[in-house]
Design a protein around this ligand. Structure first.
Ligand code: ASP
Length: 296
């Protein structure tokens, strides 16, 4: 008897949530709740874990508060270059990097998986996204005033880049299948063309029926260097350690030793779930049979 359906999401990790204004808290909480309800409804209707993670991530991409889709963090040139990836427990994967036009990068990542023989495309051409039936927008659609102000502050070095807002989801459907999806605008003030861990399968996202579905947020370069998501899964697969111990071991070895911070959500095919971070705070939540809980 499968343990699902279950859905976990995150909305980024960062310094300390008490540094956010109270109204911002509420808005983040509402955004997370809406995404959980949207993804949860998909699971309740009996659709796949992949459908659910895409639906939840789309809701967060459409919400300008989060660092994904509209409202993505900006490059040092003031443009949005977005990364996204999806992976299913049977080992299929798709991703886009430095995407500039597709309204929902997570859907482009899914289309790469389902409609091409590739895993990763850089800024898919509009001929392709039109073929896939995906709405596109001008580059201005993604740029918000809030992100422009934030970029100014970061470039003037008056502010450390807060990293809240990268989004991700992991789900377990009623058939016992797991999937993950992650989407981000990357780091504030990043170089044009920089690709982070989110687009790289095994770094920020990984899913396998013999271990877990995993989605991460944090200092992307360290997640790439430590191949963090795959390292967690490999510990479960080869050392038979449980999810919590696998994550702690990987964080200790790959993140702490690099003085890097971030957060991870993970879900095993038998229904064990984990929300963990070594950053001061993380935005996250879960949906379990209609029950919604958020953490900000
Ligand atoms: N991991 C993302 C990146 O490096 C950023 C984040 O999660 O905040 O692109």
């Amino acid at each position: 008897m499968p343990a699902g359906p279950l859905l976990l999401i995150h909305g980024g990790a960062g310094p300390r949530s008490s540094e956010l204004m109270l109204d911002a808290f509420e808005n983040y909480q509402d955004g997370l709740t809406q995404a959980l309800e949207a993804g949860g409804a998909v699971l309740q209707e009996g659709q796949s874990a992949l459908d659910a993670v895409c639906r939840a991530v789309m809701a967060l991409e459409d919400n300008p508060l989060f660092n994904a889709g509209r409202g993505a963090s900006l490059t040092e040139d003031g443009t949005a270059e977005m990364d996204a990836a999806v992976m299913t427990g049977d080992g299929r994967a798709g991703a886009v990097a430095a995407s500039r036009h597709v309204r929902n990068p997570v859907l482009a990542a899914r289309a790469v998986m389902e409609h091409t023989q590739h895993v990763l495309l850089i800024d898919p051409a509009t001929e392709l996204t039109d073929q896939w039936g995906l709405p596109t927008d001008s580059t201005d659609y993604f740029v918000t005033e809030h992100r422009q102000r934030q970029l100014k502050e970061v470039l003037a070095q008056r502010e450390n880049a807060p990293r809240y807002g990268t989004v991700g989801a992991v789900a377990l459907d009623k058939h016992g299948n797991v999937a993950c999806a992650t989407s981000t605008g990357g780091m504030v003030g990043q170089k044009l063309g920089r690709v982070g861990d989110t687009a790289l399968i095994g770094a920020g996202s990984f899913a396998s029926q013999d271990s877990a579905a995993i989605s991460s947020t944090g200092e992307g370069e360290a997640f790439i260097q430590g191949v963090v998501a795959h390292d967690i899964a490999a510990r479960i697969r080869y050392s038979s350690v449980d999810l919590q111990n696998a994550l702690e071991a990987t964080y200790g070895r790959e993140l702490d030793q690099r003085s890097a911070t971030g957060g991870t959500i993970a879900l095993t095919p038998d229904g064990r779930a984990l929300i963990a971070h070594n950053s001061k705070a993380m935005f996250a939540g879960y949906w379990d049979d209609g029950l919604v809980q958020t953490f900000v």
